[in-house]
Write a protein that binds this ligand. Structure first.
Ligand SMILES: Nc1nc(=O)c2c([nH]1)NC[C@@H]1CN(c3ccc(C(=O)N[C@@H](CCC(=O)O)C(=O)O)cc3)C=[N+]21
Length: 281
């Protein structure tokens, strides 16, 4: 049986450590969460972030704007949060409503408060070695999970499935920084099963339910499943499944569960970034 690497448990440990760091500060850091529109999944995530912040002692302030908000209003709010010395971290929940350009909005966030690590300055820092920048929460969470089970990354073959700015690309850069040999793939990659079979580490972040089958996985491989796919379940609430057919992967060495894997680590890393942003100021 593969070892199930529980992100929910590691996230609680990290929260405990962060709670200690917050307690030692003169004043608790403040995270501003901006939520535009009424995407139901976004509301669930934002409430998880609020609860986690409260557990750690970080003050979180939510700014909810209607879906019809125009971009200029949102940019004005970001400007005010940038200028507010009482705000240490700013997160604009994605996706934004149609018609709003995420890149213009993310570019407006002060890089030192960009706890998502999405601003071009932080993206650039990561691509040149990560020194001093804020690193995107989901790939950072993936690395902290890998750190639990990998002692030496050098020369390991890592395959990243997915090329998003939020997960795939930054995950590839972080693995490269550890001197893995990194192959970045996506759903249009030809011969993806074969490429995956060569991997010591698979980061599955394509957003396709059960994309990675058991016969794509080399015995002893380490699998980080980033996917959160809601699939309809007959006669009940939608089920959440990952990008990996985990039940076919007993021959892997390690696999992260969905839920309870990368998701809770994303939130723990958001809190960590908020503390880092507050302390670097
Ligand atoms: N600016 C921005 N930053 C983000 O970090 C960001 C975002 N926008 N938009 C949406 C995605 C998604 N995301 C998740 C966070 C936590 C879980 C999580 O905790 N999942 C739990 C529960 C899953 C469930 O029940 O829905 C788990 O996997 O165990 C999932 C997904 C952050 N995102």
């Amino acid at each position: 049986m593969a070892q199930v690497l529980r992100g929910d448990l590691l996230a609680r440990e990290i929260e405990e450590e962060l709670r200690g760091r917050v307690a030692a500060m003169e004043a608790p850091p403040t995270l501003a969460v901006v939520l535009v529109g009424d995407d139901p999944a976004s509301h669930i995530y934002v409430s998880r972030k609020r609860k986690a912040a409260a557990r750690v002692g970080i003050t979180s302030i939510e700014h909810r704007l209607p879906a019809a908000t125009d971009e200029a209003q949102l940019l004005a709010l970001i400007g005010a949060l940038n200028d507010d010395p009482g705000v240490h971290g700013i997160l604009v929940q994605l996706p934004l409503p149609a018609g709003m350009a995420a890149d213009r909005v993310l570019d407006a966030i002060a890089p030192g408060k960009d706890v998502d690590g999405f601003h071009p300055v932080n993206v650039g820092r990561l691509s040149t070695g990560g020194q001093g920048g804020l690193v995107p929460c989901t790939p950072l969470g993936c690395m902290l999970l890998l750190d639990q089970v990998v002692e030496d990354f050098r020369g390991l073959k890592a395959v990243v499935i997915g090329k998003s700015n939020i997960v795939g690309k930054p995950a590839a850069l972080l693995l490269l920084e550890r001197e893995c040999t990194v192959t970045v793939t996506h759903i249009h990659t030809r011969g993806l099963p074969e490429i995956c079979r060569g991997a010591d580490i698979i980061i599955a972040a394509a957003g396709v339910a059960h994309l990675v089958r058991g016969d794509w996985v080399k015995p002893g491989a380490i699998i980080i499943d980033v996917g959160i796919n809601r699939i309809p379940a007959p006669d009940s609430r939608p089920m959440i499944v990952g990008d990996v057919a985990a039940e076919e992967c007993d021959h892997a060495a390690v696999i992260t569960p969905v839920p309870g894997g990368v998701g809770p680590m994303t939130i723990a890393c958001l809190l960590r970034n908020t503390l880092d942003a507050a302390q670097r100021r």
